[in-house]
Write a protein that binds this ligand. Structure first.
Ligand code: NAD
Length: 366
């Protein structure tokens, strides 16, 4: 049997990053054995560790390694040691934003999955989350209010005025829409587009473009919600959603709300997909939704599942290996069903394990 080889840039970063990354690699090794794939990993420094060793959060060598790879598997960056640096030099801002820009990472995919066995961790009333839920948020990442020009703050006529500009081009909306419709095709085929079309010109264009593109995806059922209503419906009926697509600011807020209602940050992966398309998918960066968890770093107790599921997203969205991705998702499900829990998701009657034991159990279940 011939094996396919993929080049993977491994940017573990700081805090729990290296601990959980080791477990994602363990699981990928189990995938190699089963699916006739080979992963060639190249490690590179990013974040605080890169500031300490190379003098900057995103060294050129790291960019070079990423450019030569099929995908980037990212841990997380930052921590108390670097918090007193000027904002522009801090690990998150000085590493992640430039990577997003360099690779044109315009589509942020954040699944919010609440397993039936973990609904007790959700802050939402038990009857509303009974049986769990599984939502995918597709957020536009490079446009809108965060980047629109002009953007300034200045003194004017004895007052201070601050200006941010919300700009979207049809082409930007179209490309994120295609990502969202295609993601919905691979799931329950329901797409909710979020906007504020009763107030914002941007949203009128957003809604019109979504409706036009829907004709290319007749198998997907498209609906629209105003963002304020979407925020409410997520709490009231999270089980009612499949895929949500939103512009940058709305997606930023809603994806955090979605993460919070699952109650398990250590379980949530994310993907940021770029402009570069290959026959297998899009170049992308795959990372846990959470941060470096300095409070538990170095103790061997962090939950590696977010990092492991990030590797599954990499297989699905960048490497064109959906069967291998599904095998990881299934192995995580099996291990949760068997009652293994890291501290963050532990409850009475389940078995508390460390980072490594959790990784080993998932690798063994592949
Ligand atoms: P955090 O996500 O690191 O931690 C929040 C809480 O969740 C903590 O109690 C932590 O222990 C827990 N947690 C997070 N991931 C976990 C896991 N895998 N297993 C078990 N528990 C987990 O957020 P924070 O405390 O606000 O930030 C800490 C540092 O991480 C800061 O320096 C921040 O800038 C950075 N950060 C980085 C990223 C990134 O790299 N993308 C994202 C968010 C925060």
């Amino acid at each position: 049997m011939t094996t396919k080889t993929f080049q993977i840039a491994v940017l573990a970063g700081d805090g729990i990053g290296p601990e959980v990354m080791a477990e994602a690699r363990r699981v990928l090794a189990a995938i190699e054995a089963k699916f006739a794939l080979t992963f060639s990993f190249t490690e590179a420094r990013v974040g605080g560790i890169a500031i300490d060793v190379d003098g900057k959060a995103l060294p050129e060598e790291t960019i070079r390694v990423c450019e030569a790879s099929d995908a980037i598997l990212f841990g997380s960056v930052g921590g108390p040691k670097w918090e007193s640096l000027p904002p522009n030099e801090q690990p998150e801002r000085a590493a992640l934003l430039p990577i997003r820009k360099h690779f044109g990472l315009f589509a942020n995919l954040r699944p919010a999955v609440c397993f039936p066995q973990l609904t007790h961790a959700s802050p939402v009333r038990a009857d509303l989350v009974a049986g769990g839920f599984n939502i995918l948020c597709v957020r536009e990442l490079t446009g809108g209010l965060y980047f629109g020009q002009p953007k300034y703050s200045r003194e004017e006529n004895g007052d201070t005025i601050a200006v941010d500009t919300m700009v979207y081009k049809r082409s930007e909306i179209e490309r994120i829409a295609h990502v969202a419709f295609k993601a919905a095709q691979g799931r329950d085929k329901r797409l909710t587009s979020v906007d504020k079309a009763n107030v914002l010109e941007n949203s009128v264009l957003w809604r019109r473009t979504m409706n036009e593109l829907a004709k290319q995806y007749p198998d997907v059922q498209l609906s629209h919600l105003y963002v304020d209503n979407a925020a409410m419906q997520l709490i009231k009926n999270p089980k009612g959603f499949d895929v949500i697509v939103a512009e940058n600011l709305f997606g930023d807020i809603l994806s955090d709300e979605m993460a919070m209602i699952t109650g398990s940050l250590g379980m949530l992966p994310s993907a940021s997909l770029g402009l570069k398309e290959t026959p297998l998918g899009r170049f992308g960066l795959f990372e846990p939704s959470g941060g470096t968890a300095p409070d538990i770093a170095g103790k061997g107790i962090a939950n590696p599942i977010a990092q492991i599921l990030s590797a599954a997203m990499m297989l699905r969205y960048s490497l064109g290996e959906p069967a291998a991705a599904a095998a990881i998702d299934a192995a995580v499900k099996v291990v949760i069903e068997r009652g293994l829990r890291t501290g963050d998701i532990h409850s009475e009657g389940t078995q508390r394990v460390g980072t490594r034991e959790m990784g080993e159990a998932i690798a063994a279940a592949i």
